[in-house]
Write a protein that binds this ligand. Sequence first.
Ligand SMILES: Nc1ncnc2c1ncn2[C@@H]1O[C@H](COP(=O)(O)OP(=O)(O)OP(=O)(O)O)[C@@H](O)[C@H]1O
Ligand SMILES: [Mg+2]
Length: 290
Amino acid sequence: MPARLVSVINMKGGVGKSTTSVSLAETLGLHHRRKVLVIDLDPQTNASIMIAGPDKWNELREAERTLDFYFEAYALQQKPKPFKGLIEHKVTDLKSAPDVSLCAAAPEFRMVERDLIESFVKRGFHIDAIQKWICERFAQGLKSVVNEMDYILIDCPPGISLFAEAAIIAADVILVPTIPDYVSRLGLISFRKRALRLINERRGAPSSLFVVATKYDETMNLHRSEAGLLKDNLGEAMLDVRIPQHVDIAKAAEWSEFPRTFEQKYGEMAPIVRKLGEEFVARMEKAPAR
Ligand SMILES: Nc1ncnc2c1ncn2[C@@H]1O[C@H](COP(=O)(O)OP(=O)(O)OP(=O)(O)O)[C@@H](O)[C@H]1O
Ligand SMILES: [Mg+2]
C-alpha cells in the first residue's frame, strides 16, 4: 500500500508543529515498526535539525541534498536531481535506529520560493497555474518514494504559502497541532475553513483533518475549558491525547551525540508521545484511503 501523506500544519507559529512531526515520526518508527519519512518544508529547518542533528544536516546541505535544490533546478530551468536522492535514511538519535528518514530543508528555500514565483509571474502565469505547477512537481517527487514508506509526514512552515497550500492539497490527512487557548481556537477555526475549501476546490480525493492539543497546561482553567470546547466543536476530529507543556518535550528536541532510548529521550513524556502514535494509527486505519 502506498504511504499515507500527512501534512502537519497550522497557520499559527510556535504551536508545536515541528515537535509533533518529529515525535510522531519516532514513535511510529519505533513502536509501530512503520517506515516514516519526514519532509521538512520549513526554511527554519527545525525538524531537520531536531531529527538528524546539526552535523548530519550540514552534511546534507553541503552535498546539495536539501529540498531547495529540487525546486531551484526547476526555477533555473535545469533538470532537477532525483527527489529520492535527497532522502537520508535512519536519521534519529534513538538507540534502536527506527526506520525514520528525512528530506531536509535549508534557509535558502525562502529565496527559491520567491524566485520560482517571480520567474513564473514574469512569464505571465496566473497564481493558480503556479500553484498547480508546484503541486505537480511535489507529486512527481513523492511518487518516487511513496511505495517505499508507510507514512510521509510533512512539517509545514507557519503561515500560508504556495508550498504550504500544496502540502494541504496533497495530504491524505492534515494534522493540526494547536494550543488550547482562545486566540489559537479562533485561528484554528479560520484555518480549518480555508484548508477545507482548498481541499474541496483542488483535491479530487477525500482527506481527513485531525487536531491535537499541544503545550497543554492542566493547571490552567482556560486550557481545560478550551480543550473541552475544541472537543465539542470538532468531535472525532479532535484527538483525545493532549501533549502537555513539559520541559521533557522541549529537551527531547535537542540532538544527542549518544544514541538514547525513547524513554531517555522523552523522559516523563514518553508514554504521552507513545499514546499520540497509538491514537494516530487507530485514526489512520479509519481514515479514507487514496
Ligand atoms: N509540549 C511542549 N512542551 C514544552 N515545550 C514545547 C512543547 N512543544 C513545543 N515546545 C517548544 O516550543 C517551541 C516551538 O515548538 P515547535 O518548533 O515544535 O513549534 P512550531 O509550530 O513548529 O513552530 P514554527 O511555527 O516556528 O514552525 C520549541 O522551542 C519547542 O521545543
Ligand atoms: Mg516548525
